[in-house]
Every structure is written in C-alpha cells, then in structure tokens.
Design a protein around this ligand. Structure first.
Ligand SMILES: *[C@@H]1O[C@H](CO)[C@@H](O)[C@H](O)[C@H]1NC(C)=O
Ligand SMILES: *[C@@H]1O[C@H](CO)[C@@H](O)[C@H](O)[C@H]1NC(C)=O
Ligand SMILES: *[C@@H]1O[C@H](CO)[C@@H](O)[C@H](O)[C@H]1NC(C)=O
Ligand SMILES: *[C@@H]1O[C@H](CO)[C@@H](O)[C@H](O)[C@H]1NC(C)=O
Ligand SMILES: *[C@@H]1O[C@H](CO)[C@@H](O)[C@H](O)[C@H]1NC(C)=O
Ligand SMILES: *[C@@H]1O[C@H](CO)[C@@H](O)[C@H](O)[C@H]1NC(C)=O
Ligand SMILES: *[C@@H]1O[C@H](CO)[C@@H](O)[C@H](O)[C@H]1NC(C)=O
Length: 627
C-alpha cells in the first residue's frame, strides 16, 4: 500500500464526517470539492454544496439510465441478417459503449476550482460502481456548465479511474457528466445509488471528497397524465386472418381520435394486443429548463412473444430505450405476464398514511401464481419514488388481466372523490342485471339482448364468438339462464374482493366508485396454444373455480384520454332506437364528466378475448417525480 493511499484511508473518516461547506476545508491546503445537482435546479453551483451525501426524495442529485439509441446505431440483426436474441437486442444502447452519444441525458457534475493548488498536484475522479459512466468535458478551460445539456458528444471523454487530472485542470475545475449504463432491476444488488469521488494528491497531502447521486426510478404512466401518442397495431397483410377486422378497428380509432392525436402503429408483427406486449414507462431528472425525460418501454416478460421485440426494433431511438426482462423468468407467452395485467393507481396517500408520490402499480396474480419475478422485482426495485405493485386477483378471468375489470379515471371535482383527483371504475354485474330487469318489467323482455348486426363469420383466432347469444337470446332468456346468473355472481364476488383490496389502500368512499354495467360468461375451457406452441396460462382453474370473460363488450376495457374515453360499442338491447346498455354506461361515466365514444370491436377484439384497451396503448407526458 502506498504511503499516500494509507494516508488517504486514515483521512477518510474525518473527511466524510465533516460537513461539506467551505469552512471545513480551511484547516488544510488541499480542498477537493465535487458537486452535482444536489438541489435539483438543473444547474451545478454553490447552492449544491450542502447535504451532498444524504440522498432523500427531497434532495440529492439524480441521473438517468442513458439507454436510448440517439444515433440509431443499435443493430437488430447480426451480420448474416439473422435476428439478434432478446438479450443481444437489448444490450446495445447509448451507454453500452464508451462514448457520450447523448450529453443531454447525462447528469452534470463539476469539481470546484482550487486557485492556489500546488503545481505538482494531481487528481482522480471515479465512482464506486461500474454501472455508471463519468465523462469530462475537454472542450477547454472554464467549460460552460449551464450549456452542458446542449453540448456535443465530441466535447466529452470517458474518465477512467487511472486518468490523472493535472494541476491546471484542478485549478480551473473540471466539468463532468454522469449517466447510468443499466436499469435498476434488483435493488438488493444495486439500488441505483453511486458515490462519485474526487481525490487529490500533492507532495505532502492527500484528500478526497465525494457526492452521492441516485438513478431516477422507472415509472409507469397513469391516467391523469396527458396522452402524447396512442399506439396500436397495423392490420398487416391479407394473409393475416384478422387483417380486415383490424383495418376496420384502426379506421374507427383514427376517425375517433381525430387529426390532433398522434396515432402510431406497430408494423413489424401482427399481434393486435398492443396493450399486452409492452408497458410504457419513463425516467426523468432535473434540467435547467424543466425535467429531462427519457421513455423506457418495458417489454412484457413473455420471451417468445415476438411482438415485444418491436420495443427495440421499432420504437427504440433518440430518447426512447427499452427494458428486456431477464432470462429465466417470464419464459414463453403466459397471459399473466401481459401489460394488460399491469395498470397504475394515480398518486395518492394510502389510508395508513403512506404517500405514493408517483402512484402505484397494480397487477393480478392467478391464485397461487404470481406474474414473472423479473417484472415484479423490477417494479419493486425502483426505490422511494417508485410504484411497487399492489396485487389483485385475476385468476378468475379467462385471459386474466386487471384491465378487464378495473380502471382509474380522472375526477377533479370536489364531489366525486374529493381531493384525490381520480376515482375507480369497476365492472359491475349487479347494475347490468338490474337494468335488464327494468327493461323486462317495462314490457321489453322479448327483444334481443344483443343488437349486433354485423358479420359473425369466425376465423381461426375467433375464440369467444357466441352466435347463439348474438342471434337468438332475448332479455327474458338471459334473465332465466341460471348458469349465466351464477357465473355472474361468481365474477361479482371476485370483483368485490378486488375492490375491497383497493379500498383498503386508497381513501375513496364507496359512493365514489363508478360501477359500470358488465356481464360475464363462462369460458372454462382450455385456450388454444399461443404462436409459440405453449399454453397461454400454465395455471389451472382452481377446484370449483371457473374462468370468465365479458358477454357484451366491456366498457371498463377502454382507452382513457383525459376527459374522454374510447370504449367498445356495447351492442346492448335497443329500445326506441336507443341502446339502453350504452346509455347506462354513458350515465356512469358522466358522473366524472367523462365523455364516451364507442367504436365497434366486436369481431376485431371482443370475439378474440379483449376490447379497445387491450388493442391500444398510450405514451403519456413524462413528469418530475421528485419532491
Ligand atoms: C439524512 O436525511 C434524513 C432525512 O432528512 C435524516 O433523517 C438523516 O439524519 C440524514 N442523515 C445524515 C447522515 O445526515
Ligand atoms: C453558458 O451557456 C449559457 C446557456 O447556453 C449562456 O447563456 C451563457 O452565456 C454561457 N456562458 C459562457 C461564459 O459562455
Ligand atoms: C493539463 O491538462 C489539460 C487537459 O488535458 C491539458 O490541456 C494541459 O495541457 C495540461 N497541462 C499541463 C501543464 O500538462
Ligand atoms: C504541506 O505543505 C504545505 C506547504 O508546503 C504546508 O502548509 C502544509 O501544512 C503541509 N501539510 C501537511 C499535512 O504536512
Ligand atoms: C408520434 O409518436 C411517435 C411515438 O412516440 C413518434 O415516433 C412520432 O415522432 C410522433 N409523431 C409526431 C408527428 O409527433
Ligand atoms: C332460438 O332459440 C329457440 C329456443 O331457445 C330455439 O327453439 C331455436 O331453434 C333457436 N333458433 C336458432 C336459429 O338458433
Ligand atoms: C362536471 O362539470 C360540471 C360543469 O363544468 C361541474 O360543475 C361538475 O363539478 C363536474 N363534475 C365532476 C364530477 O367533475
């Protein structure tokens, strides 16, 4: 051990126990100081001097995982033109090399100038983790820190631990930038925190300083955030059996959204379940002109679901990166691991007083089975600002996603859900049956329960088409069908239990809950294998349990865009030219001033096991998450 290092270790405890103000340095001639944006104003300056080593939600420097692909340099095939593996595909990104390709996503740091430093002094700068990269701006003396975010890649060079900064550099101060090479996937291994050391050696002294930074959590979007793009899947070519139906769906979606909304279509795979093969998320850090944000699209933990590769092959680019769940968890294509089984409670304070500043994920278990550990652990590892999931039960649904029965809706008023800003909508069989009883009592028992009048020619993916119900079931037939009534009380019990879990957590009153009329039917049969040849659910039906899906199209499975909702056309009973079920749904959403636009997804989605929400996704505004 060199003398200087021994002296350094000897010095350390006293240095780190010192505060970090100028005065503390007055007794020694060497006074290294390294600053980051500890006060989160987007700049590095003297205001960042205090409390640099205690990272909290209120204070402490933040950096981003720099995993976009700024220059579009990441390949998707190998040299022979063969597709890269999932792991290979996700390994390339802006921080996977040693160049700072995107300075705007790197966090600023600097060492304070030391005007009277001795000419023989040298300095080292290093982090205690190789999960981050540090760069120094060699553009010249007195580099412009405030201009950091618009600097050029060429102005930066990687700081290796062996690199020595000379006295001139130390005298002037070194401008630095730091970014994350990887996501926090398991906080037991790494929680995103790093210490960056600045060490100076002169002839007779050694001293060092450090600052703590933490990687921004990856956050899921929630429905109170403004949508920036709606995503769905392009119909594909004519060989795809569903392409005609998907064409019709996209056309209606486009017309309903209008020209003001960015509708982006995935086009490298015909998987129409755009909600399911990934989950959009983001990370943000302070910048001088507001938050600096990076989209991070979480591919679903479904390793053989090829559509998920489009996160990397189609959307990854400048400011957009992807997360590939680890091997060994989420193998195959099980429905429990779909994005539709992950939704987000908007920000709230729980009944026991825990503040979920950025909301909280919900996900459904299937009785004994949990969603893939790679995804659950990822969500649990995002730290204090994160959204560690609350588990609901979705094993009673044939597909088994939370978005089949629950939805969070903005509710800014003081009457519905006062103070919270949102409320919960749940699928509700009681109000649906009540409505049909009322219609029957008014003398309309003989009219068809369903008014769908379009084509019902099934194709090979049409799993849930019920021609008997579409063509030949009256309201009275339906109300006399004991099996149907009993499967609906089975579904209702599970909805009630799930709502109780939510209400134990979220301070909403029962009268704040929106109950959206929905009926279910029994589909307790094994679903055909997914394209990978594996079953979509390895979990079995619980003894005595059933699997259900919605009978009429299910309005809760709709796309929430601020104050409007794009829902599946219900095709309920029509009386005097009016769909009474649709009217009941409109009335429920009107309680929170939500308008509802219906689009027909009967054949495109409903008969295949989902609705509008399952067939779409949204990229939303990316916000500041820190306090
Ligand atoms: C860090 O901050 C927390 C919260 O403000 C405080 O409780 C704790 O004492 C601080 N720790 C140190 C070492 O300053
Ligand atoms: C530093 O950059 C800021 C923002 O671009 C600019 O306003 C300022 O004039 C620059 N300062 C120097 C010394 O170049
Ligand atoms: C000190 O380092 C800077 C930056 O690398 C370099 O430009 C300068 O020439 C060096 N000065 C001396 C005296 O070596
Ligand atoms: C190092 O040398 C400087 C001047 O050369 C002196 O002022 C200082 O006290 C010395 N420090 C130590 C720790 O010996
Ligand atoms: C629409 O959104 C996509 C996905 O974020 C983006 O790539 C595209 O540039 C946007 N188009 C417009 C016109 O904003
Ligand atoms: C309609 O249902 C009735 C009684 O439930 C049955 O007698 C009749 O054959 C059915 N018709 C069709 C077309 O399924
Ligand atoms: C709906 O809008 C009306 C009129 O703007 C307003 O008075 C009412 O408070 C709103 N209700 C809700 C629940 O937002």
């Amino acid at each position: 051990m060199s003398v200087s290092l021994r002296r350094l270790l000897h010095l350390l405890p006293s240095l780190s126990s010192l505060g970090s103000s100028l005065e503390d340095c007055s007794s020694i001639t060497l006074c290294p100081r390294i600053l980051a944006d500890t006060n989160r104003d987007g700049l590095v300056n003297d205001l960042d001097r205090d409390d640099r080593r205690n990272w909290t939600l209120d204070r402490g420097a933040i950096f981003l995982p720099n995993i976009g692909d700024t220059a579009g340099r990441c390949p998707v095939v190998d040299l022979a033109g063969d597709p890269l593996s999932n792991a290979e595909l996700s390994q390339c990104h802006d921080a996977s090399g040693d160049r700072l390709l995107s300075p705007r996503f790197a966090a600023p740091l600097s060492t304070s100038p030391i005007p009277d430093i001795s000419p023989d002094a040298i300095g080292h700068i290093y982090a205690d983790s190789d999960r981050v990269r540090i760069f120094w701006q060699h553009g010249g003396v007195g580099a412009n820190i405030t201009d950091h975010f618009s600097s050029l890649s060429d102005e930066w060079a990687l700081v290796d631990r062996q690199l020595t900064f000379n006295a001139t550099s130390l005298r002037n101060g070194v401008t630095l930038a730091l970014d994350g090479r990887e996501l926090v996937t398991d906080s037991h291994t790494w929680d995103g925190q790093v210490r960056v050391f600045f060490e100076i050696e002169a002839r007779n002294e050694t001293a060092r300083d450090f600052v703590i930074l933490k990687q921004a959590p990856v956050l899921l979007h929630h429905h109170l955030q403004r949508p920036e793009a709606v995503l769905s899947t392009a119909p594909g070519n004519n060989n795809n059996p569903g392409s005609t139906w998907q064409t019709y769906f996209i056309q209606q979606l486009r017309d309903t959204l209008g020209v003001g909304t960015n509708l982006t279509l995935f086009h490298q795979d015909v998987d129409i379940w755009t909600q399911d093969f990934f989950e959009p998320a983001y990370a943000s850090m302070p910048g001088p002109r507001g938050p600096i944000t990076l989209r991070i699209l979480l591919r679903s933990a479904q390793s053989t679901r090829l559509a998920g590769r489009q996160v990397f092959t189609q959307l990854r680019g400048p400011g957009i990166g992807g997360f590939q769940p680890a091997l060994g968890s989420g193998f195959g294509y099980e429905e429990i691991n779909s994005g539709g089984n992950i939704e987000t409670i908007p920000p709230y304070t729980s009944r026991v007083g825990k503040v979920w500043h950025n909301g909280r994920a919900i996900t459904g278990k299937h009785f004994g089975k949990l969603p893939a550990e790679a995804m659950v652990q990822f969500l649990q590892s995002q730290g204090d600002g994160g959204q560690s999931p609350l588990f609901l039960e979705t094993g009673w649904l044939a597909v088994g996603h939370v978005d089949e029965f629950v939805q969070f809706l903005p509710s800014p008023s003081e009457t519905m859900a006062p103070g919270l800003g949102f409320t919960i909508a749940v699928a509700d069989t009681r109000s649906a049956l009540e409505l049909l009883h009322k219609v029957q009592a008014a003398g309309h028992g003989d009219i068809p329960a369903m008014s769908y009048d379009g084509d019902i020619t099934p194709d090979e993916r049409t799993l849930f088409l019920d021609a008997e119900f579409v063509l030949n079931t009256t309201i009275s037939d339906l109300l006399l069908d004991d099996k149907l009534l009993s499967i609906n009380s089975y579904a209702q019990e599970h909805i009630d239990d799930n709502l109780a879990i939510l209400l134990k957590e979220i301070p909403l009153r029962d009268e704040d809950i929106l109950r959206v009329p929905v009926l279910f039917r029994d589909v307790t049969f094994s679903l055909p294998a997914t394209p990978d040849g594996l079953p979509p659910g390895l979990d079995q039906v619980k003894p005595g349990g059933r699997k259900v899906m919605s009978l009429f199209p299910n309005a809760v499975n709709s796309l929430v865009l601020e104050k409007r909702c794009i829902a599946p056309k219900l095709w309920g009973p029509v009386i005097d030219g009016k769909d009474v079920l649709a009217q009941a749904v409109l009335d429920v959403y009107a309680k929170v001033n939500m308008s509802v636009a219906f689009i027909d997804n009967y054949m495109s989605h409903h008969a295949r096991g989902g609705e509008v929400h399952c067939g779409t996704n949204t990229l939303r505004e990316m916000e500041r998450w820190w306090l």
